[in-house]
Structure formats: structure tokens, C-alpha cells
Design a protein around this ligand. Structure first.
Ligand SMILES: C[S@@+](CC[C@H](N)C(=O)[O-])C[C@H]1O[C@@H](n2cnc3c(N)ncnc32)[C@H](O)[C@@H]1O
Length: 206
């Protein structure tokens, strides 16, 4: 049984201050390439959903008008400090990915990286991401997903048995399938890291 959302938020709050140091090695080895893939495709007014400690902030083009949301105030505080250090203006607000506080069609680009693996309801988060995206906008996603390599996928399903009840972290999800079921079209996609990381550029349904 996944943990209740308020317990998940507390879990993120508790680890906020040490999150960047704990993930630094993974970040350099496996994740930074995904940030380049995503941020090089961003344009215009941009929303980052579940922005965390703001690890994408150094990678966004300077002319992007950025809003980031996360449901953990402590993670947002780290992101705010990072934005200040980088002198990168960004509106950073507390919000749930499943109930975004923005009108329909308000962003040119919506980004989410390494977060759909841990939102309690992927479908609700994607419905909201598509709702706030302009009709010709870009939805850009990167996440660790069920690998295209069967032995790796089998291990991921085993890991999920522990990490899902413990901290709501899923290793064997496939957001792409949910996105396609919602009628969105995938414009570009790429797999990396033994097929366990997927990058997607998608558009709203017509
Ligand atoms: C693994 S961190 C990734 C953060 C960041 N996107 C990155 O690429 O480094 C996941 C983040 O998702 C946030 N999160 C999880 N579920 C959420 C939800 N339903 N609404 C908003 N934020 C959520 C957590 O608070 C955490 O900051």
C-alpha cells in the first residue's frame, strides 16, 4: 500500500537539506544528460512540475520565464536558495502536481524530471500538465522507467516491492503509456541507461 500523501510530503521535507549531496554521484553519472536533453528543448513561459531542489535551474536557457511547483516546502526552500545563487529569476510555489493552481493553456512548455516516479497518481499529474499546456506547447518528461531490457525490468519490479511502500518511489512505471492513453502524441523520445531512463517530448491531444 503506498504511503498517504501527507506522509510522503513529510518524507521529502525531511530529506531536503541532504538530497543534493546524497544524489550527487548519481546526478553526474546518469542524470545530468537527461537535464541537457530536456532543457535544450524548453521555450517560452515554462512550468516545472515537482521541481524539487531545482536541479534543472542551471540548465535552463536564460530567456525562459520559469515557474516551478513542488508539494514540499523544504525542497522548494533549497530550490529558492539555488535560484538566488544562480541569479536566475523563478517563481517557486507550493502545489500538488495533481491539482495545479493555473488556468488552462497558460504555459508554452511543461517540464517534469525524475518526479513521475514518485507522484502518487501519474494520470492525474499528466492530465494537469496537459491542461495547463498551450495547444502548440511542449510537454518534456525525463524519468527512470520500466527498462526496455527484460532482466533489468525484472529487477526493477523486485525493487518496487520495497520502495513503493517505503517511500512511494516506483522504478517500473511507464508514463509514456499513460500519456498516449490520454491522447497526447509523442514527438520525440529516447531511452538511456540500459533502457531504464526515458526522455519524451509530447504534444497535447488535438
Ligand atoms: C526525486 S525528486 C526530483 C526533483 C526534481 N524534479 C529533479 O529532477 O531533481 C521528486 C520531487 O517530486 C516532488 N513530488 C512528488 N509528488 C508530488 C506531487 N504530487 N506534487 C508536487 N510535488 C511532488 C517531491 O516533493 C520531490 O521534490
Amino acid at each position: 500500500m503506498p504511503r498517504r500523501p501527507d506522509r510522503l510530503v513529510r518524507c521529502w521535507d525531511r530529506q531536503a537539506d541532504r538530497y543534493d549531496s546524497r544524489t550527487a554521484r548519481l546526478e553526474r553519472r546518469f542524470i545530468v544528460a537527461s537535464r541537457h536533453w530536456i532543457c535544450s528543448r524548453v521555450q517560452g513561459t515554462t512550468l516545472e512540475v515537482a521541481v524539487g531542489t531545482g536541479a534543472n535551474l542551471p540548465h535552463y536557457p536564460a530567456d525562459v520565464e520559469l515557474t516551478g511547483v513542488d508539494w514540499s516546502e523544504a525542497m522548494l526552500d533549497v530550490a529558492r536558495r539555488r535560484a538566488e545563487q544562480l541569479r536566475r529569476p523563478a517563481r517557486l510555489l507550493r502545489a500538488d502536481a495533481g491539482a495545479l493552481p493555473f488556468p488552462d493553456a497558460s504555459f508554452d512548455t511543461v517540464v517534469s524530471t525524475f518526479a513521475l516516479c514518485c507522484v502518487p497518481d501519474v494520470r492525474a499529474a499528466l492530465v494537469e500538465a496537459l491542461r495547463v499546456l498551450r495547444p502548440d506547447g511542449r510537454l518534456l518528461l525525463a524519468d527512470h522507467v520500466a527498462s526496455s531490457c527484460p532482466p533489468v525490468r525484472a529487477v526493477q519490479h523486485l525493487i518496487d516491492l520495497v520502495t513503493v511502500p517505503l517511500q512511494g518511489e516506483h522504478y517500473a512505471r511507464r508514463p509514456r503509456l499513460t500519456l498516449e492513453a490520454l491522447g497526447a502524441s509523442v514527438v520525440e523520445s529516447e531511452r538511456a541507461v540500459l533502457g531504464a531512463v526515458e526522455h519524451l517530448h509530447a504534444r497535447r491531444p488535438d
